[in-house]
Ligand binder design. Structure first.
Ligand code: GLP
Length: 241
């Protein structure tokens, strides 16, 4: 594991953006899984700015999302699909057919999950999974106790996760009881993983990863031993600080 501490929000976003730009320079047609949440917002802004300045090409890569709210369709502004379009995927140089986003309102959710896995497999698997981290250690929506060998699947969301996510909406949006998430197996199979960790609420979950022992109560520990894991973390979370 490569662990990098950054001293400011700017440095955090810059470091993540230079990591992704480096991958795109090396593998322009990379297949990349994208997270939502506050953590990657700076990264997305920087990638778009780098693309506008002609310093990175986003046009050959393929993009999928990691997770979605069950029952919430892509046209709903609360959906993760809409979030990713607003912050990143609406970049002018990303072709529509290079994007595969989960449909949380699909009438047959199991078929939608299977289609997501099939799309990623058809593209050759993930070159990069970019991940945020839940305070309870979740990656994507793989909550504590979730099986580590499932494909994209429906999971009940914990109250802690629902409360944390509700805080992003001032309009009374009720966070659904279930999420649809890419499974840990596919995330672990990504050729590279970039885990972004920001915010004091993540200290315990990051500590579990740094302890180095896989533990089902802390899904992020599924990444222990991944051959190409880079963690970019807020220096405020450094143990002993
Ligand atoms: C959400 C998402 C995750 C995300 C996490 C952290 O529940 N399902 O994919 O990584 O929470 O969010 P934030 O970056 O806002 O702390």
């Amino acid at each position: 594991m490569q662990l990098e501490w950054t001293d400011s929000g700017e440095a955090f976003a810059d470091r993540a953006a230079s990591y992704v730009a480096g991958l795109l320079a090396e593998t322009p047609a990379a297949v990349i899984a994208l997270p939502t949440g506050s953590t990657p917002v700076g990264l997305y802004g920087r990638l778009r700015a780098l693309a506008s300045a002609g310093k990175v090409a986003l046009s050959s890569a393929r993009y999928v999302n990691l997770d979605e709210y069950v029952g919430v369709g892509p046209a709903d502004p609360h959906s993760f699909a809409a979030f990713l379009r607003r912050h990143f995927l609406d970049a002018p140089d990303i072709p529509a057919d290079h994007i595969r986003l989960l449909r949380g309102d699909a009438p047959d959710i199991a078929a939608e999950a299977a289609a997501h896995d099939a799309a990623v497999a058809a593209w050759g698997g993930l070159d990069l999974a970019i991940l945020g981290l839940g305070g309870n250690g979740h990656i994507a929506f793989n909550e504590p106790g979730t099986r580590w060998d499932a494909g994209t699947h429906v999971v009940p969301l914990t109250e802690a996760t629902r409360a944390a996510n509700a805080a992003y909406f001032a309009d009374g949006f009720v966070v659904p009881s279930h999420g649809l998430t890419m499974g840990i197996g596919m995330i672990r199979a990504a050729r590279r993983v970039l885990l972004m960790v920001s915010g004091r609420a993540k200290a315990e979950a990051l500590g579990a990863l740094l302890a180095g022992e896989p533990d089902r109560d802390w899904p992020v520990t599924a990444l222990c031993g991944h051959p190409a894991l880079t963690v970019v973390a807020d220096a405020a979370l450094r143990p002993g600080r």
